[in-house]
Design a binder for this molecule. Structure first.
Ligand SMILES: O=c1nc2n(C[C@H](O)[C@H](O)[C@H](O)CO)c3cc(O)ccc3cc-2c(=O)[nH]1
Ligand SMILES: C[C@H]1O[C@@H](n2cnc3c(N)ncnc32)[C@H](O)[C@@H]1O
Ligand code: SF4
Length: 333
């Protein structure tokens, strides 16, 4: 079967908000997390966040990507910081941030690690979509100090998101010690959940990039062949309505589009990729030139099929319709 949408690829125009880099996990590959004592460990203040959201809207961005270390509340000093900003829980603060984003005119996409069913339920009406990387179903050394990276727990959360009809983003982190069979198993697990709940809008095939100062700083990156193979597997295993995403700041997407990549994720004109801060976003015009006949099309953080099915709340409905009607989105299938 030829890859879907082979004549165009989509992306979303976003701002990346690293709300907190305090985290209960210690992934071997992560350069985002900070120890609570480090000088740049932080919880962003709402004024700072509002400023980024406003500039995002001015720059034409439609997505506010709220990213968190997982369950930072397990870290005592973080609870003090929360009190200082006037909130008693991360959820309460995040709900406020989502409300603020919607009022300003930008759609939230939350990627906060593990959340409970009740947290997901509270966040659903205020998010266009949400996400959690499965990473891998394999038991890996990279995750040895990470209670939240047990694949059963991640799969359970992705299932809950499906029950709640939340348009969802998940994916694999490729090259963290897993084998090809593990990638197949991971993709099959995601495909199974999508067959049951139909909520997976995109699967990110993210290539591991070593970060200095982390336990995996000298670990080899996945090879180009492994990435191509994983994209081909994703296209074979995932149902055709699921987008396959790579990050254009981490890997040259051109050859991968021919193998089945249909989306390039969030591209920000304003903020850096806080998870891969060394990897600059390509300029959209330059990227379009490089892609030649493959057209780059902007999308919202909620894919069109979920807009059609009405998988969004009344609270964001006005904004979803207003942004969907904007020039450039109208021709989306
Ligand atoms: O800039 C990034 N965006 C990341 N995003 C954002 C993503 O590319 C877009 O926000 C989605 O495509 C929604 O439009 C993630 C979103 C998730 O739900 C889960 C994981 C990621 C991972 C990254 C990432 O490493 N870097
Ligand atoms: C938000 C997502 O970012 C990804 N992530 C975390 N660290 C790295 C890295 N060194 N290289 C690439 N992706 C990474 C993980 O897959 C996480 O779930
Ligand atoms: S990848 Fe996410 S869960 Fe893992 S240490 Fe980094 S912030 Fe925490």
């Amino acid at each position: 079967m030829p890859p879907k949408n082979s004549n165009f690829v989509t992306y979303s125009k976003n701002v990346f908000i690293p709300v907190t880099n305090v985290c209960r996990n210690r992934c071997g590959y992560c350069g985002f997390r900070r120890e609570p004592g480090q000088p740049d460990a932080r919880l962003m203040k709402s004024g700072e966040i509002t400023h980024v959201l406003e500039n995002g809207v001015k720059a034409g961005c439609t997505e506010a990507l709220f990213t968190f270390g997982e369950y930072a509340e397990e870290v005592p000093v973080y609870r003090e910081w929360l009190k200082e900003v006037g909130y008693s829980s991360t959820l309460e603060y995040l709900l406020f941030l989502c409300e603020t984003a919607i009022d300003i005119g930008i759609l939230p996409h939350t990627n906060a690690g593990i959340l409970t069913r009740s947290e997901l339920k509270a966040l659903k009406p205020l998010n266009a979509s949400m996400g959690l990387m499965l990473e891998s179903t394999a038991t890996l050394d990279a995750h040895k100090d990470c209670p939240g990276k047990l694949s059963e727990i991640r799969l359970d959360m992705i299932r809950e998101a499906g029950r709640l009809k939340i348009p969802y983003t998940t994916g694999l982190l490729v090259g963290i010690g897993e084998k090809r069979e593990d990638r197949i198993e991971s993709l099959e697990a995601i495909a199974g959940l999508h067959r049951e709940y139909e909520h997976i809008q995109e699967v990110i095939i993210q290539n591991f990039v070593p970060k200095p100062g982390t336990p995996m700083q000298n670990f080899p990156e996945p090879t180009a062949e492994e990435m191509i193979d994983t994209i081909l597997l994703a296209r074979q295993i995932l149902p055709p309505d699921v987008a396959v995403q790579v990050a254009p700041n981490l890997i040259d997407p051109k050859a991968l589009i021919a193998k089945g990549v249909t989306d390039l994720g969030g591209i920000s004109p304003l903020t850096i990729d806080w998870i891969n801060p060394e990897a600059e976003w390509p300029d959209v015009k330059d990227l379009q030139e490089k892609l030649g006949h493959i057209l780059l099309r902007e999308r919202l953080p909620i894919y069109p099929q979920y807009v059609k099915r009405g998988w969004y709340s009344a609270r964001i409905g006005g904004l979803v319709r207003q942004l969907s009607d904007r020039e450039g989105y109208r021709k989306l299938p």
